[in-house]
Design a binder for this molecule. Structure first.
Ligand code: KMH
Ligand code: ZN
Length: 276
């Protein structure tokens, strides 16, 4: 098994300071937070950004200083969200692709998202896949429900995405697929040969899902986007605290933690600084 790739999802679109007062919001706070998570073992940063009111935005001019600030400090892989928040237009969601980041998220279907709907009709999925290809941005397929993995197979067959495919199973969203061992095994069994995968368990499911993924040869996403607690009744002090725990587990379970360079090799990404 390769070393564990830890993705940090430090802010998300929905989490607030009421959920956890340690949530980074401003570009400077997000840069600092990502750097601390990198020091703790994260090799991918899954980025959302917020405007001056703390609301989710996909404005590339808000992403730009965050990406530049992170780049000055470390070589963590930058993955922008193209999910944004529910209700955003496709054009708005695609905004950060204009910055040609290394990676971006591609959700391959629509799902109930709590009381709302995270809308990803097939034409939007195809449009985003094409945009990512044109810009040399590597998609991470976001799977909230099993039909989304079926659609990823369709995209592969049509040449809209390429191998090696990297897939994130987001399990435990109210309305999406439940975070259970059986569901995780089922999804992993349905992956195309040669794909890599990671799991983001929501809320209290974060740690058990992460532990299963480490044991099964997968990778792990943690952070305030998905979960704000360290344990029941105790909020996490920082995203770095959540990352550090996964790094310890990866060590204990004999896999170790991938550096960003090692993660690029595992994912088939070009080394940083080289032409795409
Ligand atoms: N905020 C969710 C509606 C992604 O980043 O691509 C979508 C999301 C997925 O967070
Ligand atoms: Zn996200």
């Amino acid at each position: 098994m390769s070393k564990v790739i830890i993705t940090v999802a430090p802010v998300g679109a929905e989490t607030t300071r009421e959920d956890n007062p340690n949530l980074p919001l401003s570009p400077e706070e997000i840069v600092e937070d990502v750097y601390r998570a990198y020091e703790a073992g994260a090799s991918i940063a899954h980025l959302h950004v917020r405007d001056e009111n703390g609301d989710s935005t996909q404005d590339p001019e808000v992403f730009r200083p965050v990406i530049e600030g992170i780049r000055k400090r470390c070589d963590i892989i930058i993955q922008v969200s193209c999910g944004g928040s529910v209700g955003m237009s496709a054009e708005e969601r695609a905004g950060p692709l204009t910055l040609s980041p290394e990676m971006a998220t591609l959700t391959t279907g629509t799902v109930n998202f709590g009381k709302e709907v995270f809308s990803n009709p097939y034409p939007l999925v195809v449009e985003f896949a094409k945009l990512m290809k044109e810009r040399g941005v590597r998609p991470e397929i976001e799977v909230f429900d099993s039909g989304m993995l079926t659609t990823a197979h369709v995209l592969l067959k049509k040449g809209l995405v390429d191998m090696p495919l990297h897939v994130d199973f987001v399990l435990g969203v109210p309305g999406g697929m439940a975070a259970s061992a059986r569901n995780l095994v089922h999804l992993v069994e349905d992956l195309p040969d040669g794909a890599t995968w990671t799991v983001a368990g929501i809320g209290r499911h974060e740690l058990p899902m992460a532990t299963m993924a480490i044991a099964m040869g997968g990778h792990v996403r943690v952070g305030f986007e998905d979960n704000v607690y360290y344990e029941k009744g105790r909020l996490a002090k920082s995203n770095a605290e959540l990352v550090a725990r996964i790094a310890r587990l990866a060590g204990e379970l004999g896999r170790g933690v991938a550096t960003p360079e090692e993660a690029r090799e595992t994912l088939g990404l070009s080394p940083i600084g080289s032409a795409k």
